[in-house]
Every structure is written in structure tokens, then in C-alpha cells.
Design a protein around this ligand. Structure first.
Ligand code: GLN
Length: 486
């Protein structure tokens, strides 16, 4: 039977003939079928995936060299465009919409011979923390089906968690890769803002959005990042900064590490006591290994969630104005409808409740008379945070945080209380406000039986050290083995 560890291991198995791309695709398709009730996928491209696998097997066995993602089976969040395939952002307003081009990230995956197995479920327009705001219905956490997988990239997280693909792409505007990775016991990386092109990623809040990667090991994430990162003529916010060889993962610490943590975050009353104890335990372990760990005063903790929700909803209200019933997908019209009525009916019926809430909130914070009080103030907070992080990274190699204040919530637990839902993003939105890379690595098990992660952040464009540290700490902690899941 097919089994998967890492891309390099898979490639060596392919080359010595112990497995094939067709075996891999058949394995994943049958698992997707078995685990259909998890609702992780919105579309499965089974026939195409098999066809590509057959082609790759023939090509390889004829003696041709293999490309970097030869036969690697990848799933895409339903906000990432894949030419000639549906993309809906899990929204009724994009019903039946088919992509007319590839996202740059997808183009680069395909150029290295990856196999795209399907699109995954998510919160509508990536707005949410539980994957309960989807037109396709909620996604279940494969470790405990009474729990949410986190969001908004819940389907992409579960696809990796439950072995429905090898790696997946999500998007992270305020934690949507790191938090579901934390809830599902896998790794989730959000690169620096500007590391990966956003071309072909359906926009939620453009100055925050970043494509992220889910995997079960750091090597795979490193390989994928190197391929999809870097300059793109279609997205002027992508940096020209050199792309490191991310899979040079053995850390070469010449000196003990200087690790910082935000005092107020570790002492937050919102933080679960078990998680808090593990965070302090982690600090002690690092000190035993000779590293220095210091508390940093962080007086801004209470401002980051409000600043995030003001700025992202403002950007969303503008970004989502393009969905008007004229240009894309769904249109709600009857014979007597005039243009205004068409916009109104389409948007009222096409968008779900949470998306409408955010469009209204964003329109409000941008409106005359309130702009200064909300939008401008939130921009000031963002600026202060950027200045603070500069100072922090003058003194520290890495910053550690919990990824989330609790383990995976029960289904429905926070659905009627949007403020409680928003506040649960307290530890992830910081990195999106300042643009730094951050990762959630699955180091811990709670006494309630659920996994949770450590969030690590490094300075802008320091993904190499972020991945090296992740590898180092995963080795140190021997992260949970999720194989018995299946
Ligand atoms: N939970 C956050 C929100 O609802 C993050 C979403 C995201 O990162 N896409 O905005």
C-alpha cells in the first residue's frame, strides 16, 4: 500500500520503482472518498489527476529526469485560481464561476509537474476562524469530528491532516493557515508579506493577504516555498529579495539563540491554562539547551484585534465591491429589475451573513465622519506595531507566541458571538499587521486530547531561519505522529 513521508522520500521511491504517481493518486482519491463526510474538498479533479499521473509515470520510466514536484499531490484552497476549474471562495456569489487564468503560485507548481487533486473548502472569502461560514457547509476536524478544524483554510488543513493529499495551499490574512494548522496538529507557514505573489488569489484584505503552506514536515514546506516564492510581474508587492535555499534545514547556530516572548500574551486571561503551562515549559527547555529567553513588554496587545478588524474589513468592503452580479458568477434578476435592484438582490442573496457583516463594518469605518476615528487610528496602531517589531528583532532571533488561546472549539460554539470569534485571533493577527513570516508547529497535546502548536516569528524575509528553527524544535519535541489517525 502507498505511504507518504516527504517529497525527497517519495521521489526516491518513484525512482527505484517501489511506487508510482498513479499509486499515489489512487491512494488519495480513495481516501478522499472514504473521508467525504469531513467535507474538506469543494471539487476533486480525479480523472485529470490520474491522467497526469499516468503521463508522469511514462515520462519518468522512459528515463527522463524528474522535476522538483514530479507527481506531488497538492490541494488548493478555493480562493486560488486554477485555469479552467471552478473557484468560488466558498461563496454563493461565485457559483459556477470558472477561473480564466492560473494564479502565479499554481503556474509555478504546474511547471514543476505537481498534480492538483482538488480545491478545498474554506470560510467564505476567507473570513472566519472555524470553516463554518461556507456555502458548502462546515468542515470537520479529523481528530475529533465534534470539533472545528479552524479557519478560514479549514479544508486545506484537514486535507493534509487526514492524508487526502501530500501538501496544500491556503491563504493567511489574520491566521487562516497557522490557526487551522494548530487545531489540526500539522505545520502551517505564513511567509513574509510580499514573499509569494498574490496574483490569482481572490482578495480579502490586500495589504494582509498571503498564500501559505500546510504540510506534515518542514522539508516539504521548504521545497514548496522555494518554488512558489519570488518576483512576479503580475504583483508589484512581491519582493525582489533573494530566495534562500530553504531546504538547507540543518541549523548552523554559532551562538545560543536569543528568543523573545510577549509578556502580556503569555499572561493573557484568554489563554488556556494548559497552553500557558506548555509555553512556560518551552521556555525552560530552551534555557536548559543554553539559549536565552526573555520577556518583552508589549503594551499593544489589546489593540491588535480591533486594528486588524477595522483595517481588513475596510479593505474587504472595497475588494468585494467587484461582485455585483454583472461581472462574475451569480446574478439575481427578474423581469422588472433595474440596475440598482440587480446589485442589491445579487449581493443580498449571493453573500453569506459574515461577509455582509464585514462589508458593512468596513463601509462604516471608511465613512465620512468616522474615518479618522477608526480607519486612521487603526493605521496608527499598525505603524506603532511595525516600529515595535523592528526594535524586537534588533535584540532577538525569534519571537514565540501561542498560535491560538485554546485548542479546537466545538462545532457551533462561537458561531453566535462574532466578538468572541474575533478575539480568538489575538495571537495570529499581529504577524499580518506587521508583515513578518510566522509558522505554527505542532509540539503539544492538551489534556483534552487535542493537539496545539507553538507559533514562531522571525524578521521580514527570514523564512530560512524560521524553517530551521521549526525543524530544530520539532526534532527536539518529536511532534505528534498523526499517522494513527487513519
Ligand atoms: N480569522 C481571521 C478572520 O476571520 C483570519 C482570516 C484569514 O486569515 N483569512 O479575518
Amino acid at each position: 500500500m502507498f505511504s507518504y513521508e516527504t517529497i525527497p522520500q517519495y521521489h526516491s521511491d518513484l525512482l527505484n520503482g517501489t511506487t508510482s504517481c498513479v499509486d499515489a493518486v489512487i491512494f488519495y482519491l480513495s481516501k478522499i472518498k472514504d473521508k467525504k463526510h469531513l467535507n474538506a474538498f469543494t471539487q476533486v479533479y480525479g480523472e485529470e489527476a490520474l491522467e497526469k499521473a499516468r503521463y508522469l509515470d511514462e515520462h519518468r520510466t522512459a528515463g527522463n529526469t524528474i522535476k522538483k514536484l514530479h507527481g506531488v499531490v497538492i490541494a488548493l484552497k478555493d480562493v486560488i485560481c486554477y485555469k479552467d476549474h471552478p473557484v468560488t471562495a466558498a461563496s454563493g456569489i461565485l457559483k459556477n464561476f470558472v477561473s480564466v487564468y492560473n494564479a502565479t503560485a499554481v503556474e509555478r507548481l504546474l511547471a514543476e509537474d505537481a498534480i492538483i487533486i482538488g480545491h478545498t473548502n474554506c470560510d467564505e472569502f476567507a473570513m472566519g476562524s472555524t470553516n463554518e461560514n461556507s456555502v458548502y457547509g462546515r468542515v470537520l476536524n479529523a481528530l475529533d469530528e465534534t470539533k472545528v478544524p479552524g479557519g478560514s483554510s479549514g479544508g486545506s488543513a484537514v486535507a493534509v491532516q487526514a492524508e487526502l493529499c501530500m501538501i496544500s495551499l491556503g491563504s493567511d490574512t489574520g491566521g487562516s493557515v497557522r490557526q487551522p494548522a494548530d487545531f489540526c496538529g500539522i505545520i502551517g507557514l505564513k511567509p513574509t508579506y510580499g514573499r509569494i505573489s498574490r496574483y490569482g488569489l481572490i482578495a480579502y484584505a490586500s495589504s494582509f493577504d498571503q498564500i501559505g503552506i500546510f504540510g506534515k514536515n518542514v522539508v516539504d514546506i521548504a521545497i514548496l516555498l522555494k518554488i512558489i516564492a519570488g518576483k512576479d510581474e503580475f504583483d508589484s508587492t512581491v519582493s525582489g529579495q533573494a530566495i534562500d535555499d530553504y531546504h538547507a534545514l540543518q541549523p548552523s547556530f554559532s551562538k545560543p539563540l536569543r528568543i523573545g516572548y510577549l509578556k502580556e500574551a503569555f499572561q493573557s486571561p484568554a489563554l488556556d491554562k494548559d497552553i500557558q503551562a506548555s509555553m512556560y515549559g518551552f521556555i525552560e527547555t530552551q534555557k536548559k539547551h543554553g539559549h536565552t529567553v526573555e520577556a518583552i513588554d508589549f503594551e499593544f496587545l489589546d489593540y491588535i484585534v480591533p486594528a486588524y478588524y477595522i483595517l481588513t474589513t475596510a479593505e474587504a468592503s472595497s475588494n468585494l465591491s467587484r461582485f455585483d452580479g454583472i461581472r462574475y458568477g451569480f446574478r439575481n434578476v427578474d423581469k422588472k429589475t433595474d440596475l440598482t435592484d440587480l446589485y442589491c438582490r445579487t449581493r443580498s442573496n449571493g453573500f453569506g451573513k459574515e461577509v455582509k457583516r464585514r462589508i458593512m463594518l468596513g463601509t462604516f469605518v471608511l465613512s465620512a465622519g468616522y474615518y479618522e476615528a477608526y480607519f486612521t487610528k487603526a493605521q496608527h496602531v499598525r505603524q506603532l506595531l511595525k516600529e515595535k517589531i523592528k526594535l524586537i528583532f534588533n535584540d532577538f532571533d525569534a519571537l514565540i507566541l501561542p498560535t491560538a488561546p485554546s485548542t479546537a472549539f466545538s462545532i457551533g460554539e462561537k458561531l453566535d458571538d462574532p466578538i468572541a470569534m474575533y478575539l480568538a485571533d489575538i495571537f495570529t493577527v499581529f504577524s499580518n499587521l506587521i508583515g513578518t513570516p510566522s509558522i505554527s508547529i505542532p509540539l503539544f497535546w492538551h489534556k483534552n486530547g487535542l493537539p496545539y502548536g507553538l507559533q514562531v516569528m522571525t524578521n521580514h524575509f527570514c523564512e530560512l531561519s524560521l524553517l530551521q528553527l521549526s525543524n530544530y524544535w520539532i526534532e527536539q519535541y518529536k511532534s505528534p505522529d498523526l499517522k494513527n489517525l487513519n
